[in-house]
Ligand binder design. Sequence first.
Ligand code: ACO
Ligand code: OAA
Length: 449
Amino acid sequence: MVFYRSVSLLSKLSNRAVQQPSLSNSVRWLQIQTSSDLDLRAQLKELIPEQQERLKKIKSEYGKVQLGNITVDMVLGGMRGMIGLLWEISLLDPDEGIRFRGLSIPECQKVLPAAKPGGEPLLEGLLWLLLTGKVPTTEQVNALSKELRTRAIIPDHVYKAINALPITAHSMTQFTTSVMALQVQSEFAKAYESGIHKSKYWEPTFEDSLSLIAQLPVVAAYIYRRIYKNGEVVAADESLDYGANFAHMLGFDSPAMQELMRLYVTIHTDHEGGNVSAHTGHLVASALSDPYLSFAVALNGVVGPLHGLANQEVLLWIKSVVDECGENITKDQLKDYVWKTLNSGKVVPGFGHGVLRKTDPRYMCQREFALKHLPADPLFQLVSKLYEVVPPILTELGKVKNPWPNVDAHSGVLLNYYGLTEARYYTVLFGVSRSIGICSQLNNSLVLL
Ligand SMILES: CC(=O)SCCNC(=O)CCNC(=O)[C@H](O)C(C)(C)COP(=O)(O)OP(=O)(O)OC[C@H]1O[C@@H](n2cnc3c(N)ncnc32)[C@H](O)[C@@H]1OP(=O)(O)O
Ligand SMILES: O=C([O-])CC(=O)C(=O)O
């Protein structure tokens, strides 16, 4: 199986201070803000020339430095372990997991603005961090939230394109179709046709990225309501942030579900550049395909069962365990069920990883959420039992490099607990969130041109 892998080149060479916002950054941003301080586009306009200079310097000073040897295994493994592409916005450590611009998930939970003290980070804050490398203030996050709401307008033909598909089409097929239908409004495609200078590519790319990110929850919620709720659409609530509004449009308004959705859309955003969806989006964008086209192909990677579809597969598998053995299954029965799955030539969904070699911190933060909000839920108890039972069995197989759970091992039971029970929809949530990482890196890469 080819599963592309790479690590971030510049993080190895360049000044980490650019990547690692510290608390002093946020203190700096607490100064009185002008309207351009609150405008993400204006911020990028200032930052991009600095980044262009930095990259030019790295190229001229380190251009000939070797970054390692390439082995046959690396090639057969689909670039596994090779430093193969530039990915500035996040870095994946096999033991510690993901860092967004240098910040781990617990650090993001600490420094990014939340809806309430101690709450989950707002997605808008992470988007700002990924694009600029700086921790935003609450005012900046609120301004971005407002801007995204104003961009969340869906042309009628997009709904017509979705409605042309049978209602039984997989939610991801409907979702990718909607992204292709949205593409007709691409600013980048229009600007390229009008002969835009390459130094300005980032501007329409930024426009398309923000619009795409803003529109995705609206079409994603439409698809959910179309398939599962007789097409009864819930209008956006202009007072809500991105994550809470998404939960609202899906039809969920409890404060706990709003918090869960904020957490979900934040932690699935990015996982360095080597995973299938990020790599694919990046590759296609390198041909100057616009953000809509690039993201649509990335979604076709997200939906692979060894990648984002595992989100769906885990809950379906857990439900099959319950159907066969009941909720109070013993550890011995569970061991037998895991062996039965393996012996039938299937993988245990939600376990293992192409890079991680320890439990995924995205699993851990969802576990903490469950311990806080739903400790007695029988399916959460089952997930906890799996955490004890599965790793020794996978280790016993002797070939699995990482027997520990990944992000997908946990998300389904949380969503299911709050009433979003339709597992075959879950990968759409993953896709909405992944747009943040893919579009942010797209904007960062354009400074190279
Ligand atoms: C958001 C995400 O995308 S996270 C990943 C989500 N996917 C899943 O949870 C699906 C289950 N897991 C897997 O299939 C794998 O662990 C992957 C695809 C994530 C990583 O694959 P690889 O990098 O090839 O893993 P690794 O090098 O450890 O694989 C070695 C062998 O162990 C097997 N293996 C790895 N994980 C598992 C598992 N969970 N269950 C059974 N077998 C496994 C592989 O299939 C491979 O077998 P083979 O040599 O007979 O082909
Ligand atoms: O990093 C990977 O290979 C897969 C993954 O966990 C992700 O993309 O979120």
